[in-house]
Design a protein around this ligand. Structure first.
Ligand SMILES: C[S@@+](CC[C@H](N)C(=O)[O-])C[C@H]1O[C@@H](n2cnc3c(N)ncnc32)[C@H](O)[C@@H]1O
Length: 208
């Protein structure tokens, strides 16, 4: 992982006593995330197999929730998303209108809790832009929310390999790729991801 992206994926420092003493307002919460696995490859890192693998976990800072945060950091417990917290996120996130439509359709579907949050998708899109990524891989598309966010952030010449085993999920995803005008950037692989990735390697895609 490049140092820049490593820094972007680090948990935030908790509010400090010094900041409190200065009367500085400490923003919270910063991120509330399920998880996502996306790999980015940029021109500067084409010689490496993958530039970055980001695994994001829930992180929320609050003086009252110190013990719960500590437990979450150790992976024992995840903090819940309250309705006011989710409203706060939605009102502060940049969301493409087609992403919004997809989120609304997904909300009515079984397994909708698997979708990444709009804030998480925005972070993934930002990482694509910071890295100048040209090639990305997503393992686990579901209905396509994070892959659509990544594809929208990629340049016209960029490509995303999107791996998913569930055909019904892919039907929804492909509809929204078309609607957003980014279908040409996405190579959908309907299979077990390990098989799709192995076949990429067999086709000479190693280190690309
Ligand atoms: C947490 S969801 C992904 C959420 C998605 N990134 C989004 O933004 O909505 C995980 C997805 O991975 C898929 N999946 C699980 N194991 C898989 C495998 N071995 N190969 C391909 N897809 C897999 C599941 O069908 C499910 O749709």
């Amino acid at each position: 992982m490049s140092p820049r992206l490593a820094a972007a994926a680090l948990p935030l420092p908790p509010p400090t006593a010094a900041a409190a003493a200065r009367g500085v307002a400490v923003p919270r919460p910063r991120t509330v995330l399920p998880w996502a696995s996306v790999a980015f490859s940029s021109p500067s890192s084409c010689r490496g197999a993958l530039a970055c693998l980001v695994r994001l976990r829930c992180s929320c800072h609050s003086a009252a929730a110190g013990a719960a945060v500590e437990e979450a950091r150790r992976g024992r417990k995840q903090l819940g998303m309250t309705p006011p917290l989710y409203d706060y996120l939605l009102s502060n996130v940049r969301e493409h209108p087609v992403l919004r439509e997809l989120r609304e359709e997904t909300a009515a579907m079984r397994g909708s809790q698997m979708q990444v949050s709009p804030a998480q998708a925005q972070l993934l899109a930002m990482l694509v832009q910071i890295q100048g990524a040209q090639r990305c891989i997503e393992v686990g598309v579901f209905t396509g929310y994070s892959s659509l966010a990544v594809a929208l952030a990629l340049p016209e010449s960029g490509r995303l390999v999107a791996c998913e085993r569930d055909e019904r999920c892919l039907e929804v995803a492909k509809k929204y790729y078309q609607r957003a005008g980014v279908a040409h950037k996405i190579d959908v692989k309907h299979a077990l991801a390990a098989d799709s990735l192995r076949s990429l390697l067999n086709c000479g895609e190693a280190s690309r």
